[in-house]
Design a protein around this ligand. Structure first.
Ligand code: ZN
Length: 80
């Protein structure tokens, strides 16, 4: 998922700066749907996003990279 919640504020992983990514890893981010803690995933081959911890029962867990890419494409179109 692209959005996590930090202290009640929505955080978009896709637009985080490198500095923000470091800060985010030091804080508790939760899923907007199930309120479980999520993990920031970042790398060369993946779009920066939040992921549920293993064995999550949330319906928002397990999004594929294609799903996330589609969300980013929609985000980029709508922000214009
Ligand atoms: Zn969730």
């Amino acid at each position: 998922m692209l959005v996590g919640i930090k202290n009640g504020i929505r955080i978009n992983a896709y637009i985080l700066s490198e500095e923000d990514k470091i800060k985010i890893r030091e804080t508790r981010i939760t899923c907007p749907a199930c309120k479980e803690e999520v993990i920031l995933v970042d790398g060369i081959k993946v779009i920066t996003h939040f992921r549920h911890k293993p064995n999550s029962n949330c319906q928002n867990s397990g999004e594929t990279q294609e799903h996330i890419k589609m969300k980013v494409a929609c985000y980029n179109i709508l922000k214009k």
